[in-house]
Design a protein around this ligand. Structure first.
Ligand SMILES: Cc1cc2nc3c(=O)[nH]c(=O)nc-3n(C[C@H](O)[C@H](O)[C@H](O)COP(=O)(O)OP(=O)(O)OC[C@H]3O[C@@H](n4cnc5c(N)ncnc54)[C@H](O)[C@@H]3O)c2cc1C
Length: 664
């Protein structure tokens, strides 16, 4: 790595020259750096806005899942079978599905070898369980904090190798050559030195960028992503990276004060759902009104436990996702607050003393509670019996659910779509590799746990490709600056205008809230053509006027101003993708509902907004791709690639491998 100082306008700007920059310090970013080093590319560094930020390190769930090839027992499994499972999720290319399956065991064992405590039996078999959209038992878990453990172990091996980490550097631009064909570096705000204008900006002149910036979390107000994750998809789209399947995200019920998925036992103990007005008064058990009988209501709550994401296929006939709709109806349409009460049983199904009538439960619910010796008492007592750590977790985070209600909402959780890349995880922009959640490798549905697998596989593939094909030095400094000058000057000008006009008041947080509320209301699990069109207009208008309208009271807020810029581009493109999808005839699927005047209302009393059509979506064998062009978006729809059937004759593959013809 070489270091220079250059002049941009009247500012000194630090420039680092090196082969590869990895952006992001989540599970995908750390793995990319570790793999590059192991494969022999050591002229590398990690750039992160905050080493402890991001989803991997700061999230979890009841039993946080890692999806892998079957590695235990007698169940038949194969790379091809696993690829078929991914592919069956819809709108996913077969070559990517095959690659994610092929590298599954390698990626998993790497994590095992560096110390992630995935459980195995005494013979060394890594046993599994069945997760959602999983025809086998491929899931495993290292507990509620699997992704945190992965990140910490990966960080440790990266630090042992003395790989340089630029901590506190927020990327504000992905820099390309003049033809926008390849990436040549990045521009970052140095958050550690914002006060010093000669240290405020840093340039990285590099041959390759592995982009592991995570999901576009900051775009939503109602979210179970950790607070510290914002995302940086917008600036990659701005640079010319193609987006893919941007319509596909996952939403579900979570607590909002301490952000945590309310899946598993939290639902299976049958808590009481109540809503109140904004000040906590006027309490109502709002679910009752919509169900035919209390048994059906309890069964729907129970099933939420392992049918966690909202799914329009599970709405009719009082299936589990009707609960998400009713929660949204209370919070967004009626403007009330919704809570889970674990202290009392739902009153509709209880006697005067509050004892639940278990005889009204459906067979599955009854048997589960019976097998768990939990056909007794109040929800909190059942939870203590089945999963005491679930109570302790909230206690540790300042919420005592043995004594207080837990506030909930339907929250954004994961983006299946994202930036496009090929089977080496290289984008349409050469030398640019989106890996982890920012990469849109998945389609409509995906097995639980496959996000973490995908992040490990993608970062490994990118590292393999770079080491095999893109060794060497970056551009000469002068050529780099010449090529990227226009973009660098544009961003520095925007930043300096704000920095030189600090005011007494600030509105950047307010702008962030507005962006988030818009997306949670119209671009999350309840969508319509009309609202998408309105959202596109509003986000474009906000984007065009962002820097004119932003008021900063301190230089620290430069970070948020640039994040707002990124989020508005992201929002504009994501909402445009929703509009395009609906105009192509796309119907409710995955984890969202689309208003359709010819559809059906799941329950008569519900708001017209929830009228929709579900069924087999003819677009499930197509992939929507998008280019952001500043004032508009250009969309293409491609047929999915089938799972390839390559020549796997050993001698032939070996031959090609020895001649270096595989990693091409
Ligand atoms: C509640 C919840 C439960 C989940 N459960 C599961 C599960 O059970 N199984 C599963 O497979 N997946 C699960 N997921 C999804 C999975 O955790 C994430 O997809 C994954 O951790 C993302 O990892 P990543 O490395 O791609 O990104 P992240 O871990 O989000 O890291 C992104 C990094 O990029 C940095 N960054 C972002 N923007 C910039 C910028 N402009 N400049 C510099 N740095 C930047 C961030 O600070 C961070 O370090 C869950 C997600 C949530 C929210």
């Amino acid at each position: 790595m070489q270091f220079f100082i250059t002049k941009i306008k009247d500012l000194n700007v630090e420039v680092y020259n090196l082969n590869t920059i990895v952006v992001g310090s989540g599970a995908a970013g750390f793995n990319a750096a570790d793999r590059l080093y192991n494969y022999g590319q050591k002229d590398i560094a990690i750039v992160t806005e905050g080493i402890n930020q991001g989803t991997s390190r700061n999230t979890g769930s009841d039993k946080q899942t890692y999806y892998k090839l079957t590695l235990a027992g007698e169940e038949n499994d194969s790379v091809l079978e696993m690829a078929k499972t991914f592919f069956a999720g819809g709108s996913m290319d077969g070559d990517i599905a095959l690659t994610e399956a092929a590298l599954s065991a390698q990626s998993f064992y790497h994590l095992v070898d560096i110390g992630v405590p995935f459980p195995h039996n005494r013979f060394g078999e890594y046993v599994g369980y069945k997760t959602d959209h999983d025809p086998r038992q491929r899931a495993t878990s290292a507990g509620p904090l699997t992704s945190k453990l992965m990140t910490e172990n990966l960080e440790e091996v990266v630090k042992e190798k003395n790989i340089k980490i630029f901590d506190g550097y927020q990327v504000i631009s992905v820099l390309t050559d003049e033809n926008k064909e390849k990436v040549i570096g990045i521009l970052a705000l140095n958050l550690n030195n914002l006060e010093d204008k000669n240290k405020r900006y840093t340039l990285f002149n590099c041959k390759n960028v592995i982009y592991a910036t995570g999901g576009p979390a900051g775009m939503y107000a109602t979210s179970v992503y950790p607070d510290s994750q914002t995302g940086a998809t917008g600036i990659a789209l701005e640079a010319g990276a193609m987006g893919k399947n941007l319509t596909e995200s996952q939403y579900g019920i979570a607590s909002i004060k301490f952000r945590w998925n309310l899946s598993g036992t939290y639902q299976q103990v049958l808590p009481r759902y109540v809503s109140t007005d904004q000040s906590g008064n006027d309490e109502r058990e709002f679910l009752e009104k919509y169900f035919e009988d209390p048994g059906k209501m309890l069964d729907a709550i129970f099933l939420k436990g392992y049918q966690w994401p909202f799914d329009p296929k599970k709405v009719h006939d009082y299936a589990s996702s009707i609960i998400d709709i009713l929660v949204y109806n209370e919070t967004v349409i009626k403007g009330r607050r919704v809570w889970l009460d674990f202290m009392k049983n739902p009153s509709w199904s209880s006697d005067e003393e509050g004892n639940l009538d278990f005889s009204i439960l459906g067979q599955e619910t009854y048997e589960y509670l019976d097998n768990s010796n939990s056909l007794f008492g109040m929800p909190i007592e059942r939870l203590a019996k089945m999963n005491q750590p679930a109570i302790d977790l909230y206690q540790d985070n300042g919420i005592d659910i043995t004594k207080e209600y837990l506030e909930i909402a339907v929250c954004a959780q994961h983006n299946n779509g994202g930036l496009h890349a090929n089977l080496w995880w290289e984008s349409n922009l050469k030398n640019f590799f989106p890996v982890g959640e920012v990469n849109g490798s998945h389609g409509v549905y995906r097995p639980g746990g496959s996000a973490l697998n995908s992040g490990q596989v993608g970062s490994t593939r990118a590292a393999q490709y770079i080491t095999a094909n893109y060794q060497g030095d970056p551009l000469e400094l002068e050529e780099f600056l010449d090529s990227a000058k226009a973009e660098i000057v544009k961003k520095v000008n925007l930043g300096e205008k704000l920095a030189n006009n600090l005011s007494d008041s600030s509105n950047v947080l307010e702008i962030k809230t507005k962006i988030g509320q818009r997306m949670s209301k119209i671009g999350a699990h309840i969508r319509s053509l009309k609202s998408a069109e309105r959202g596109i207009r509003d986000s474009k208008n906000d984007l065009d006027n962002l820097f004119k309208n932003s008021e900063l009271s301190s230089l620290r807020e430069l970070s948020l101003a640039f994040q707002n810029y990124d989020m508005l581009i992201t929002q504009y493109v994501y909402l445009s993708a929703i509009k395009d999808y609906i105009e192509k005839g796309g119907i409710s699927r995955g984890s969202y509902l689309i208003y359709d005047s010819d559809g059906e209302l799941p329950i008569d009393d519900l708001d017209e907004k929830f009228r929709f059509k579900a069924g087999n979506d003819q677009l499930n064998n197509k992939i929507q791709r998008v280019f952001y062009e500043g004032n508009s978006c250009e969309f293409n729809w491609d047929q999915v690639k089938e799972i390839p059937q390559d020549d796997n004759w050993f001698e032939n593959v070996w031959n090609k491998y020895m001649k270096g013809k595989i990693i091409k």
